[in-house]
Structures are given as structure tokens and as C-alpha cells.
Design a protein. Structure first.
Length: 277
């Protein structure tokens, strides 16, 4: 593993992880890690040896020119440290590994254990029939009952096939590290990345879970522009337009009740107060 900055002396650390591929529709989840790394000038802690975990015919290396010099970049998972005003974030990001999942997760859990984080937040995104014109649904769950009650989240009850996020969550919970999972639903009919609207929705939910202000940059403007671009695209196809209208009607019929609206308003007030503070 290539190593740089160490993990000692972190302030109230939280681990935030996202992996590309199966867990990352429209690259909305890895977009959160990329955004945080850029906004807070995250520093590299280490990168895994790609030879151990990646099939280079699936996740191919890339080349680029920098001032006339060709640079070769191999797919890997990086662990970065981002310093926010009141706490440090340990960011884990990269493609979902192809090989040796148990070994990979053991290395990640060992690192997480050394950090002693308050919480681990796992980010994902999936293709669904959510219309692009409505707020992005984010399924927010906790790994144990106590944490679910503390944060006002649902208790995770998923059963079925899982990705590297599910394995990492299970192993963290096994050793008593609290885990929250945030999954955004993105429209299956416009799956090409990026999807700044879904990335913004995940960031907003992450801000609520961590109870600290996060710099969103110009993501709101990017999200509005993305919606306008999709509107222009789908307007050229009457069948898709009708399909989206049906999705909108179905979504609106399932509008939140009064308690849900009140809870959302309270979260808005907390976000406003954090930003003013």
C-alpha cells in the first residue's frame, strides 16, 4: 500500500465510503467522496495495491498527458483525510474490487478500527423509477436499533445480494462500529453520469446525519442545469414524456404525511442554523 499522511490526532473522526460500479448508479455516491475531497483539499493516507484486488480488463488503467509527459493511472482504492472546521473525515473511494473481497474488507476494517470513528457512513446509489423532476429519494438506514433511534433513521432490514458496501457494513457492525447507509434513487432512463442532483441529495442527508455544515459549492446550480438538460432531452420523445408524467403522478400520490413534512422542516431548520453558526 502506498502511504502518506497518518491517522493520528484526528478530530472527532467519521469515515465516509463509496465505491464505483454496482453500488454507484450515475456515479452519484462516488461523486460525494470526490466533492468532499476537492472542497476540503483532502490528503492521501494510503492507496491499496491494485494488483491484489482489480481485474484490469474490467477496470482498465488510464493514461493522460501532463505538460507533455504521459502519466499512467491504475484503478485503486484510496483513503483520504479531509479536515472540516470541527472534525476530520476519513474518505474511502475507488472502484468496487474484483478479487479477494474478504482480504480487502479486512484491510479496510483494520484501518477503520485504528481511526476509532464515531460512525461509518456508507454511500450508494441505485437505478429506480424515480422521476428526475422530483426530489431525489434517499433511503437512510442504521445498522443497529440504538443508532436508528438516536438518529431517527430506519433500521436496516435488507436481505439479498450485496456489494462491497454490504460486506463492509456487516464486518464493521460485527466489531461494534456503528454504521449508517445512505442510498439515493436515480432515474433509470437517464443513467449516464454525472447526476449532480443525486450527489447533492446524498450530501444533504450526510450533513443531517453528521450534524455539521458541509460546503456544497455550486452543486445546487449544477443540479438545476442537469434537470433542464434532461427536460430538453426527453421533450423530444412523446413516449418518454408520457412515461415520466406517469411516474410523477405515482410519486405525488405517495406524498409524505404531516409527520414526515414536520420532520423534514425540522431538518431544514437545523441545516439553516448550522450554516448561520
Amino acid at each position: 500500500m502506498a502511504q502518506a499522511r497518518g491517522l493520528r490526532g484526528l478530530r472527532n473522526p467519521v469515515v465516509v465510503a463509496a465505491f464505483g460500479g454496482w453500488n454507484d448508479a450515475s456515479e452519484a455516491a462516488t461523486g460525494v467522496v470526490d466533492h468532499l475531497a476537492e472542497k476540503y483539499a483532502a490528503e492521501l493516507h494510503f492507496a491499496v495495491d491494485p494488483e491484489d484486488y482489480y481485474d484490469f480488463q474490467v477496470n482498465r488503467p488510464t493514461t493522460r498527458l501532463v505538460d507533455g509527459t504521459r502519466i499512467l493511472e491504475w484503478p485503486t482504492t484510496e483513503v483520504l483525510i479531509a479536515s472540516l472546521p470541527t472534525r476530520d473525515l476519513v474518505l474511502i473511494g475507488g472502484p468496487e474490487p474484483n478479487y479477494h473481497w474478504q482480504q480487502f474488507v479486512a484491510a479496510m476494517v483494520s484501518m477503520v478500527r485504528s481511526v476509532q470513528p464515531e460512525i461509518v457512513v456508507l454511500l450508494g446509489s441505485m437505478l429506480t423509477d424515480a422521476p428526475h423532476t422530483r426530489p431525489v429519494p434517499v433511503n437512510s438506514t442504521a445498522g443497529n436499533k440504538e443508532l436508528a433511534e438516536e438518529l431517527g433513521l430506519e433500521l436496516s432490514d435488507y436481505e439479498g445480494p450485496t456489494g462491497i458496501l454490504g460486506v463492509l457494513a456487516a464486518e464493521c457492525e460485527t466489531i461494534g462500529i456503528p454504521v449508517v447507509s445512505l442510498w439515493a434513487s436515480v432515474p433509470h432512463y437517464v443513467a449516464e453520469p454525472p447526476n449532480p442532483k443525486a450527489t447533492l441529495a446524498l450530501l444533504t442527508q450526510l450533513e443531517d446525519v453528521l450534524n455539521l455544515p458541509i460546503d456544497f459549492g455550486d452543486l445546487a446550480e449544477q443540479a438545476d442545469e442537469w434537470v433542464n438538460q434532461v427536460n430538453e432531452l426527453v421533450s423530444e420523445d412523446p413516449d418518454i414524456t408520457s412515461y415520466i408524467t406517469a411516474l410523477e403522478e405515482r410519486r405525488d400520490e405517495a406524498a409524505p404525511n404531516g409527520e414526515t413534512i414536520a420532520a423534514e422542516f425540522e431538518r431544514y431548520l437545523r441545516r439553516r442554523d448550522r450554516r448561520r453558526g
